[in-house]
Design a protein around this ligand. Structure first.
Ligand code: 5GP
Length: 182
């Protein structure tokens, strides 16, 4: 079996505080936070609370269809975000991991091209990015990063099986406790 990097809920609690401290220490304060859904939603919410930012948005991007299985390129899916407020703002983009780096690179370029043209003068979007993990092969260097690993990462929000009506009877609390290590 391939070696995995296991992020538990408890370790995630430390990761989001340390990543948030990095952002605050840099002296750059975002006006709003944009999560790359779904992987970046939980990290983005945690960072929002940790640094006291309430303005949150999300952009829905799909790239991975399974462990190591990807589409050709990341694609933006509905619901689409209204980006008309972004020019002139400081925007923190949050994802779980920059692996190939293609997703983050695409989103950062998208935002940078959303600059508003005001009579010859372009009002830029000041965008920075934060991830919990970065892989060494990433073609994009995030501004803030908690750890670097070349392993496949198990995130606590996606490691358990999806709950369906037919799995409910087996999903007793004992078994759930066992799976999450309580
Ligand atoms: P990238 O475009 O940088 O290759 O990866 C984009 C997305 O793929 C990540 O936001 C994440 O949702 C998923 N992904 C990439 N590597 C991993 C990994 O090691 N573990 C998990 N669980 N998801 C990953």
């Amino acid at each position: 079996a391939p070696d995995r990097e296991e992020l538990t809920w408890e370790l995630f609690g430390r990761a989001e505080r340390e990543l948030s401290a990095q952002i605050v220490a840099s002296g750059w304060v975002p006006d709003l936070i944009i999560a790359i859904a779904r992987g970046g939603l939980i990290p983005a919410g945690a960072i929002g609370y940790a640094i006291g930012i309430k303005a949150m948005g999300a952009i829905n991007v799909e790239f991975y269809t399974g462990v190591g299985q990807t589409l050709e390129e990341p694609v933006v899916l509905p619901p689409l975000m209204d980006a008309s407020d972004l020019p002139g703002k400081k925007v923190l983009v949050v994802d779980d991991v920059a692996d190939s780096g293609k997703t983050l690179k695409m989103v950062m370029e998208l935002l940078q091209h959303r600059g508003l043209d005001l009579g010859g003068e372009t009002v830029a979007v000041d965008a920075r990015s934060a991830v919990i993990y970065r892989k060494p092969r990433s073609i994009f260097a995030p501004d803030y990063c908690w750890r670097v690993t070349d392993k496949w990462i198990n995130f606590p929000w996606s490691v358990l099986p999806v709950i369906t009506p037919s799995s409910l009877d087996q999903e007793g609390t004992d078994q759930l406790d066992e799976r999450v290590g309580r």
